[in-house]
Design a protein around this ligand. Sequence first.
Ligand code: ZN
Length: 255
Amino acid sequence: MTRFARVEHEGRAAWLRVDDGAVLKDAPWISEQVEGQVDAARSPRVAPATPSKLVCVGRNYRAHAQELGNEVPKEPLLFFKPPSSLLAPSGTLLLPPESERVEHEGELTIVIGKRGRRIARERALEHVFGYTIACDVTARDLQKKDGQWTRAKGFDGFCPLGPEIVTGVDPAALGVRVRVGGQVRQDGNTRDMVFDVPALIAYVSSAMTLEPGDLILTGTPEGVGPLVAGDRVEVEIDALGVLAFDVATEARGPS
Ligand code: ZN
């Protein structure tokens, strides 16, 4: 297992091998050529991703589909989040004034390492670089109102990600927990996914080429619930660590 993060370094975002503090020249799925050294613990983190796309899977845990009154899909239900929704680990999620109900969805996230289209299930894991943690933040009222999910899932900051990408992890049975203000809201396990990681890679790549660095958010277990200003959220996944972020209210006006 090797851990990678992205940090602010000499005025730009750089990839970091966490274990030895090596600053890398490129994203780690391209090369691990070292170009410097930093104190990993003291370097401000940014979201560990530069994806061409974030593909997300809806209703991939039976109990979560049921808690929102939905059927379990017969095939994976896909949607996108824009790269502009990424939020740094330990960042602050701003609740937009357009929504009255913003909810957390803690999710195991696949980081693609090798390009592919129509990837066979049997070869799917060869295309994985590693795994990380995301919170698929969702404006539940707008999701219902709009029909399409793009706005409800796509506000700036609606995808806290990290803190690290971890390689060499078996994704088949990882505990996924979300705590808000220290209270456990979600407590699931990836073994309860309707469609597992290889099935998702095969299905997504049957439609679109997966590029190195692309992310697949694999869906959330039951227990989703509202976030309010002042909340501190922690998403924990076995072997991957804890992704934490704060919640505040967004002021209206251009930025
Ligand atoms: Zn989700």
